[in-house]
Design a protein around this ligand. Structure first.
Ligand SMILES: [Fe+2]
Length: 450
């Protein structure tokens, strides 16, 4: 019988994580095992199946990989890494086995290095989701305070936004996934968090510094705070607004400005964004109809992501449109409603095949899009869910970058993108269920403890 007893675990001076444990072999021999978990740079021609790639030598968004950190499971995986990078960092465990003879001198230790075989995508989504839920909780408190005329706790909001920035910097795709899992309830809270996250993600691509991303995130989080001063019967009206109702709704910008101005410690840019995020470059926006040169860069960013998230969200009176439709509308209004350069960056960030959306192939099969990265946008990675008759089929990963063919030898080709909910597929259900597919594990539940 083999016994493994954890004796001690600490971070060693070299930065690697050191774990001491006791091990007894079948023959009864006792060992002390020192395990050092560390990260090592490896040239891509030295990669082998089973290695866990933790970092690349290029930014993740320029790679064809959806998640930061993945296990090399096949020669194909290795090939993709070799095509994209020169070297990568892999997680390794170095083990030193020392015979435990009590006080007697120990024999020479036996050493070995093994690669960490782990899947931490589930953990990454789980962490991303914790941040998302914390942000949502914080926004709900802010909205409730605004509604009841109480003081706003901007300090806590700032901490949540800082966490959002860290997560977006660490794994932008995991955070973007979460903005797609829209619920119909709690629209204003989820919309505020989504605008915060989308603005941070976009700001990151616009090369803003981390402190600027935090300020921008605050602007996104607070942009619609004034809606809490709009009477609920207008805010939640299931149908088009009458002219007077629209005028009241439009006042949420003024209410937002007033609410935020009552705080001395609020980032001043957030006041401007709350006041101006419905202005347009052609001067036809509201509430003031100001000229484009008076519209700040942060306002331009929030205006675009706000419009996108609003258009793609289900409301009680109308279902949201697909991502592609929303991007088309943004594209049609470049220079008049939206800043052209910023909007183009946004369109390339979301991509034609955004993760979390459904993709119908020309042969009728349907899957959930897993990846869309710059440079690989036209060939996403998909989990196939439904067959040509829209009946469930065994789930499997299809990477269009490898030009796969169907049972009839025809190449898989994307036809249409649909929102979650079409074909009876709720993407959120799959993610919450902890979808398990060879090579991928998606789960928003707590990761299992080893
Ligand atoms: Fe708004």
């Amino acid at each position: 019988m083999v016994v493994f007893t954890l004796v001690n675990s600490f971070v060693n001076a070299a930065g690697g994580h050191l774990i001491k444990s006791k091990h007894r072999s079948r023959s009864g021999q006792q060992y002390i095992v020192n395990q050092r978990h560390s990260r090592r740079q490896v040239a891509v021609n030295e990669l082998s199946i089973g290695m866990f790639v933790a970092e690349l030598d290029i930014p993740w968004e320029e790679s064809p990989f959806l998640f930061q950190g993945f296990l090399l499971e096949s020669q194909e995986d290795i090939q993709v890494v070799q095509d994209s990078c020169e070297y990568v960092y892999i997680d390794v465990v170095e083990e030193e086995w020392v015979a435990d003879h009590g006080h007697a001198p120990a024999a020479a230790p036996r050493s070995r290095t093994r690669y960490v075989e782990k899947q931490d995508m589930a953990q990454q989504l789980s962490q991303a989701n914790r941040t998302y839920q914390a942000a949502k909780k914080q926004v709900k408190q802010l909205l409730a305070s605004a509604q009841m005329g109480q003081a706003l706790d901007s300090q806590q909001a700032q901490e949540v936004v800082k966490d959002c920035v860290d997560r977006v910097m660490g794994n932008p795709n995991a955070m973007l996934w979460l903005t797609r899992l829209k619920g119909q309830d709690e629209y204003t809270a989820e919309h505020s968090v989504n605008v915060c996250l989308l603005a941070i993600s976009l700001g990151r691509l616009l090369d803003l510094a981390p402190y600027e991303l935090e300020n921008l995130g605050m602007c996104g989080l607070m942009h619609d705070l004034g809606k809490m001063k709009v009477p609920p019967e207008i805010l939640n009206k299931p149908g088009p607004l009458e002219p007077e109702e629209f005028r009241e709704m439009a006042r949420h910008t003024v209410y937002g400005k007033q609410l935020l101005m009552s705080r001395a410690d609020i980032y001043p840019g957030a006041i401007d964004v709350a006041y101006s995020h419905h202005e347009r470059l052609d001067g036809k926006g509201y509430p003031r109809g100001i000229d484009s040169h008076k519209i700040s860069r942060f306002t331009r960013i929030v205006t675009i992501v706000d419009a996108y998230d609003a258009m793609t969200s289900d409301r009680c009176y109308k279902p949201g449109m697909s991502s592609v439709e929303a991007l088309r509308i943004i594209n049609r209004n470049l220079g008049t409603q939206f800043d052209a350069d910023i909007a183009r960056t946004f369109i390339s960030m979301i991509g034609l095949y955004p993760p979390g959306y459904l993709l119908e192939m020309t042969n009728g099969e349907v899957g959930i899009i897993l990846s869309s990265n710059p440079g690989f946008q036209l060939k996403p990675k998909v989990i196939m869910i439904l067959d040509a008759a829209k009946e469930p089929q065994p789930e499997r990963i299809l990477n269009l970058a490898y030009s796969p063919v169907d049972d009839f030898g025809q190449p898989y080709q994307p036809q249409n993108v649909y929102r979650s909910g079409c074909f009876g597929i709720n993407v959120g259900d799959y993610v919450h269920r902890g979808l398990r597919i060879k090579g991928f594990e998606y789960s928003l539940s707590e990761p299992e403890q080893a």
